[in-house]
Design a protein around this ligand. Structure first.
Ligand SMILES: Cc1cc2nc3c(=O)[nH]c(=O)nc-3n(C[C@H](O)[C@H](O)[C@H](O)COP(=O)(O)OP(=O)(O)OC[C@H]3O[C@@H](n4cnc5c(N)ncnc54)[C@H](O)[C@@H]3O)c2cc1C
Length: 563
C-alpha cells in the first residue's frame, strides 16, 4: 500500500512539473509498475503471443505484459515460416508492432524459457503466465534413411530460405533434377513453389541472398508432392494449387489414373473441397495437350514412404521407396492402408512436410505426449493455477494466423475472467520483469550463451550480425499480387528489419558495446520509448495502421491463408 501511495505521489508531481511527453511517458510507466497492476508474462513472440497480448492490453488499462522470446527477433512463423512470395500475409506484423510498441508491453528476445529461466520462476514473478511457444518439433517419417544427406524437414528448409539464423548453414544440394516433397498441405506447396519459381520472380521477394543464390544455380526441374491418401483428402487450399498451376514455364504432371471416380464424387462434396477438386480435374485436361516446358510439378497419391534409399556410399538420398495404399472409408475420415505393393521414386532431394509437434519446454508444465499439446480448457491449463496457453501449443499445429488469433483472444478472455472473479489476485505484489532480468543476469547467461544476441537485450552481436548478412533488400517494384502500400521490403518491423540501414547501425552499436563488456538494449532506450507513445503518423499512412491506444486492425482474413 505504501508502495502504491509513493507511486501515485511521484506520478502526481511528475505531471505537475512538466507536460512534456517524456515526463508523461515516465509517469505512465511508473503508474504501470505499481503493485496492483496485473503482470502477465507471455512465453513466445509469435502470432499467439502477440494476439494474446493485444487482447489483454486492450481490455485492461492497468495490465502489464512482458513477452519472452527464444529468438532474437519477434513474430515466430510469420517471419520464419510464411513464404517470401506472400508478403501480404506478413502484414499482420504491423499490428504486432503496434502491440510491441504499447507502453505497457515489453519484448525480451533471446530468452529461452525452460533453459534460461523456468516456468516456475516466471509464475513467481507474474500473476499469470501464458505459454504461446508454438510447435517447434517435426513429425518424423519413422523410416530408415531419413537422416541421409539431402533429406530435410520442411521446417528446416523453409527456415533456410526465410533467414532463420540456426538454419543458415543448411546448404541444401539443389544439383538434382527431381525433388520429392512428402505431404500435401500448404507448406508442402510453398516449398514446391519456391523450388520451381523463376529466379527473376524470387529476387523481387525478401528471400535471403544465400537461398536466392542457391536457387539461381538449382537444377531441380521436377517436384513431386506425395501424399498417403487420395485427391479428395488433399490438405492444401485452392489458392496454393492455383499458384502452382500459374507458375511460368512449368506444367502440371498428374497421373490421370489416380483420378478415377473423382469426377463422379464431386456432387457430394462440400463447396471448398468441390472447387479444389474441380481445379485439379481441370488441370489434368489442360496439361494433357500442353507442349513440353522446362519444369514440372505434380501430385502423387496413395503412397507412404517406407524407406529412404541411399546412394552406393550410403550417405546421400537417391530415392524413396513408397508403399502403395488403398483407402478404407471415404471423405476426410478415409484411412490409408498398405496394399503390400511398393514403388521407388528417384530423387536427389527429399523434403518432409508431414507436420509439427509442440515440445515440452519445462518439466513443471503439464504436457500430453499423445497430442503434443499442453492440456487446457479454453486456454486455461488444466490443474495449474495462473498458467494459460494459446496458439499451436494449445490446440496443436494446425490452423492459420486467423485461427491462431481467435484462439489467442479466447485465452486472453479466460485470463481476464479469472482476474475479474478473483481467481487471479493482482493485489499480491509481483516484481515481473525486474525479477527475471536480475535472475538472467545472475546466471551470467550473457557469457554462457556465446553466439546469441537479442532484439531488445542483446548479449553478443555475433549471430545477429551473421544472420543480418543473409537478408537482402528485395529488388524492383512490389510484385503483382502484393499490396502497393506494403511492398515486401516494408513488412518487417522497422527497428528489427535486417534490411534497413538502421539495423546495420544497430548491429554496429551492439558489437561496440558488447565488445567493451557493456550491455546493449535497443528497444528500451528512453528516446524510443517516447517515440513509441507518439502516434506513428507516417506509418499509419503507409500501412493503414492505427494509432496506439486504438484497437489495432485485425488480420485481413481475405489476405491470409484459409484452412
Ligand atoms: C512453414 C509455415 C508457413 C505458414 N504460412 C502461413 C501463411 O502463409 N498464412 C497463414 O495464415 N498461416 C501460415 N502458417 C501458420 C501460422 O504460421 C501459424 O498459425 C502461427 O504461426 C501459429 O502461431 P504460434 O504463435 O502458436 O506459433 P509460432 O509462430 O511458432 O510462434 C511461437 C514462438 O515461440 C517461440 N518459442 C519457442 N520456444 C520457446 C521458448 N522455450 N522460450 C521462448 N520462446 C519460445 C518461437 O521462437 C516462436 O517465435 C504457416 C506455418 C508454417 C509452419
Amino acid at each position: 500500500m505504501r508502495h502504491m501511495k509513493r507511486s501515485f505521489l511521484a506520478l502526481h508531481s511528475l505531471l505537475q512539473e512538466s507536460r512534456c511527453p517524456c515526463a508523461l511517458t515516465s509517469a505512465r510507466r511508473l503508474f504501470s509498475a505499481c503493485a496492483s497492476s496485473p503482470k502477465v508474462c507471455i512465453v513466445g513472440g509469435g502470432p499467439a503471443g502477440f494476439y494474446t497480448a493485444q487482447h489483454l492490453l486492450k481490455a485492461r488499462s492497468d495490465l502489464v505484459v512482458d513477452i519472452y522470446e527464444r529468438l532474437p527477433v519477434p513474430f515466430g512463423l510469420v517471419r520464419f515460416g510464411v513464404a517470401p512470395d506472400h508478403p501480404e500475409v506478413k502484414n499482420v506484423i504491423n499490428t504486432f508492432t503496434q502491440t510491441a510498441r504499447h507502453e505497457r508491453c515489453s519484448f525480451y528476445g533471446n530468452v529461452s524459457v525452460g533453459t534460461d529461466v523456468s516456468v516456475e520462476e516466471l509464475k513467481k514473478a507474474y500473476h499469470a503466465v501464458v505459454l504461446s511457444y508454438g510447435a517447434e518439433g517435426n513429425r518424423s517419417m519413422g523410416v530408415s534413411g531419413e537422416k541421409l544427406a539431402g533429406v530435410f524437414s520442411a521446417r528446416d528448409f523453409v527456415g533456410w530460405y526465410n533467414g532463420l539464423p540456426s538454419k543458415k548453414e543448411l546448404h541444401p544440394d539443389l544439383s538434382c533434377e527431381t525433388a520429392v516433397v512428402l505431404g500435401q498441405g500448404n507448406v508442402a506447396l510453398d516449398v514446391a513453389r519456391i523450388l520451381l519459381s523463376p529466379w527473376d520472380f524470387l529476387k523481387k521477394t525478401d528471400i535471403t541472398q544465400q537461398a536466392l543464390e542457391s536457387l539461381g544455380a538449382s537444377r531441380v526441374r521436377r517436384v513431386l508432392i506425395v501424399g498417403r491418401r487420395g485427391p479428395l483428402q488433399i490438405a492444401c487450399t485452392i489458392k496454393e494449387v492455383r499458384e502452382m498451376i500459374n507458375l511460368p514455364e512449368t506444367k502440371a504432371d498428374m497421373l490421370p489414373g489416380e483420378f478415377e471416380g473423382i469426377a463422379e464424387a464431386l456432387k457430394d462434396l462440400p463447396r471448398p473441397r468441390k472447387r479444389l477438386t474441380e481445379l485439379l480435374l481441370k488441370t489434368l485436361k489442360v496439361d494433357e495437350g500442353q507442349q513440353m516446358v522446362d519444369k514440372q510439378w505434380g501430385f502423387r497419391f496413395l503412397r507412404s514412404p517406407v524407406e529412404v534409399l541411399p546412394d552406393a556410399d550410403g550417405k546421400k538420398v537417391t530415392g524413396v521407396r513408397f508403399s502403395i495404399n488403398t483407402l478404407e472409408g471415404s471423405g476426410e475420415e478415409a484411412r490409408a492402408l498398405p496394399t503390400g505393393q511398393t514403388q521407388d521414386i528417384e530423387c536427389g532431394l527429399l523434403i518432409s512436410s508431414i507436420g509439427y509437434k509442440s515440445l515440452l519446454i519445462d518439466p513443471s508444465v503439464p504436457f500430453d505426449p499423445r497430442t503434443s499439446t499442453v492440456p487446457n480448457e479454453m486456454g486455461r491449463v488444466s490443474d495449474t493455477s495462473g498458467l494459460y496457453c494459446s496458439g499451436w501449443v494449445k490446440r496443436g499445429p494446425t490452423g492459420v494466423i486467423a485461427t491462431t488469433m481467435n484462439d489467442s483472444f479466447e485465452t486472453a478472455q479466460i485470463l481476464l475472467k479469472d482476474l475479474d472473479s478473483g481467481t487471479l489476485d493482482p493485489s499480491v505484489d509481483k516484481a515481473g520483469a525486474q525479477e527475471i532480468t536480475i535472475l538472467l543476469k545472475t546466471r551470467e547467461i550473457r557469457r554462457t550463451q556465446e553466439g546469441k544476441c537479442s532484439f531488445s537485450n542483446c548479449r553478443t552481436g555475433t549471430t545477429w550480425a551473421a544472420s543480418c548478412r543473409t537478408f537482402r533488400q528485395p529488388e524492383g517494384p512490389p510484385r503483382q499480387g502484393g499490396t502497393d502500400a506494403t511492398p515486401a521490403s516494408d513488412w518487417r518491423i522497422q527497428r528489427g528489419s535486417p534490411t534497413t540501414q538502421a539495423m546495420a547501425e544497430e548491429d554496429k552499436r551492439a558489437r561496440f558495446l558488447l565488445g567493451r563488456g557493456g550491455e546493449y538494449r535497443s528497444v528500451k532506450t528512453d528516446s524510443e520509448a517516447q517515440a513509441r507513445t507518439r502516434p506513428p503518423d507516417s506509418e499509419s499512412r503507409t500501412h493503414g495502421g492505427r494509432r496506439p491506444g486504438k484497437t489495432p486492425a485485425p488480420p485481413r482474413e481475405s489476405r491470409l491463408r484459409h484452412e
